[in-house]
Design a protein around this ligand. Structure first.
Ligand code: PLP
Length: 371
């Protein structure tokens, strides 16, 4: 990324040499993204990240009277956009997950409404995430894609968390739209991309210049796009060279070690999960206190999602899976970087049991006092 701030700082839309060097870099990243998505280069739109992708799919397709089917465990970039389109006359259906965090594709099928009359132009958009950001649970997007296709519905996948962690192919997923974000795959923050299947009648969210084939106006963030392209290239390598399996092995060891502590269980256990994440419920413990205790030992974990940190609201994802407020507040998410080592896991397994023992002894909270 550095040369594109310091030396090759041209605007990719300028025709002079500096501009063309920037354009070449953007084109190279687009070619990488097309390989990653398994789509045409013209179907890749660069943007500012997952929130913009999710918002574009929802605001760009749905009109008053249309039907939006999504799930109650989506990221707030989808949930808040759903609230907004509902205010504008879109019918919104939230499908709840099973207790293990999986969305049953049949429930998506049941949510579909039959067309009310022949030639009805009412659109249906289904939006389901690939992997959940709190539990890592990987959703059956292929089955959901087939159901959407049968019903002639549009299908958007929020793949912000699944990208780089599970095998990826938008054709196999059967989606029209798919959002990813660089910072979830070790790339820079504030940049992402969206796959837009050719022919999808998507209105741009941001209008102005003719950038990105008129699908997303604004001067391209060249260093960010270069960083996204490199991150995607490395993510594809990690999926093939065994790195993600190594990480899943470390996660399993971490999980087994933590489960040796009494009164612990895994949220999303039994469901397919991204290999880098585990979400653990520690009975009779205030999750926030454990976050702080572990931070002091150099271990960065979170309760709920980073977007809600600072809020005392228990996780909407865990509550949708049937946990009560106390259990949701007593749950923490551990995510492993792709650079994680055996020593990192050893360190976490040393400090977590100590911290849990100490906190439980200090404040032997009964579940009922936590509400
Ligand atoms: C599943 C999911 N969707 C969307 C987003 C939002 O992406 P961004 O932060 O790039 O806007 C995130 C988190 O950052 C996420 O985890």
């Amino acid at each position: 990324m550095r040369p594109y701030w310091m030396e090759e700082f041209g605007n990719a839309s300028s025709i002079h040499l500096q501009g063309q060097k920037a354009r070449t870099a953007v084109d190279h990243a687009r070619e990488t993204l097309a390989r990653f998505f398994h789509c045409r280069e013209a179907e890749v739109v660069f943007n500012s990240g997952g929130t913009e992708g999710d918002n574009t799919a929802i605001f760009g397709l749905l009109r008053p009277g249309d039907h939006f089917i999504t799930t109650s465990i989506e990221h707030s970039a989808v949930l808040r956009a759903a609230d907004r389109v509902a205010e504008r006359g879109v019918e919104v259906t939230f499908v709840a997950p099973s207790a293990n965090g999986l969305i049953d594709p049949e429930r998506i099928r049941q949510a579909m409404r039959p067309a009310t009359r022949l030639g009805d132009s009412r659109r249906t958009l289904v939006s389901v995430m690939l992997a959940n950001n709190e539990t890592g649970v990987v959703q059956p997007v292929e089955e959901i894609g087939s159901i959407a296709a049968e019903a002639k519905a549009f299908f958007h996948i929020d793949a912000v968390q699944g990208a780089g962690k599970v095998a990826f192919d938008v054709r196999r997923f059967g989606c029209h739209l798919c959002s990813i974000s660089a910072h979830k795959i070790h790339g820079p923050k504030g940049v992402g991309a969206m796959y837009v299947r050719r022919g999808t009648p998507l209105e741009p969210l941001i209008v102005g210049g003719s950038h990105e084939r008129r699908q997303r106006a604004g001067t391209e963030n060249v260093p960010g796009i270069v960083g996204l392209g490199k991150a995607v290239e490395l993510a594809m390598e990690s999926l093939e060279d065994g790195t993600m399996e190594r990480i899943a092995g470390l996660r399993d060891r971490l999980e087994a070690g933590i489960l040796a502590i009494s009164g612990t269980d895994v949220n999303g256990a039994g469901a397919p999960r991204a290999g880098n994440t585990t979400n653990i419920h520690f009975e009779h413990l205030e999750g926030e206190a454990l976050v702080i205790a572990l931070d002091l030992k150099g271990v960065a974990v979170s309760g709920g999602s980073a977007c809600h940190s600072g809020s005392t609201e228990p996780s909407h994802v865990l509550m949708a899976m049937g946990l009560d407020k106390n259990a949701a507040r007593a749950s923490l998410r551990f995510s492993l970087l792709k650079t994680a080592t055996d020593e990192d896991v050893d360190h976490v397994l040393r400090v977590v049991p100590e911290a849990v023992d100490r906190l439980r002894a200090l404040a032997p909270l009964e579940a009922s006092t936590l509400s």
